[in-house]
Design a protein around this ligand. Sequence first.
Ligand code: AMP
Ligand code: ZN
Length: 138
Amino acid sequence: MNDCIFCRIASGEIPCMRVYEDESTLAFMDIAKDVDGHILVIPKAHFKNILDCDEETLSAVMKTVKRVSEHLTEDCGYDGVNLLNASNESAGQSVLHFHVHIIPRKHGDQLDAWPKFDGAKQDIQDVFAGIRMRQRDV
Ligand code: AMP
Ligand code: ZN
């Protein structure tokens, strides 16, 4: 038996408040009750996170993120969205099935959806030298 909670939601075994669904993705209300309108978008197939998700599925997820975001801003009275994702436990991922959080925003809503970082600890040029990517051969 699959004990992944989002797989069980995707299969209909566990109910959810479904906002949008298509063949390969599902958008539903996050039950955290931490902010009004908190929505999750998932692929129906199980991938742990963006690091192991194939590109076709990732495109489908992001297409749904865009559709739902457009619905929120065009039809529901919101002015913008924050998109959040944690990939791997080190990044704070708690449910190990790929998901993108959508936080709907309104002008003046006073939400603080951007983390307060402590300030960089290393020289930016040193960090850049370590993480820059070479152009792939085409
Ligand atoms: P993360 O910490 O990025 O992995 O986020 C996991 C999210 O899943 C949290 O915001 C939870 O509130 C949400 N969550 C967990 N179980 C459910 C559920 N059964 N239905 C809706 N959202 C859920
Ligand atoms: Zn799963």
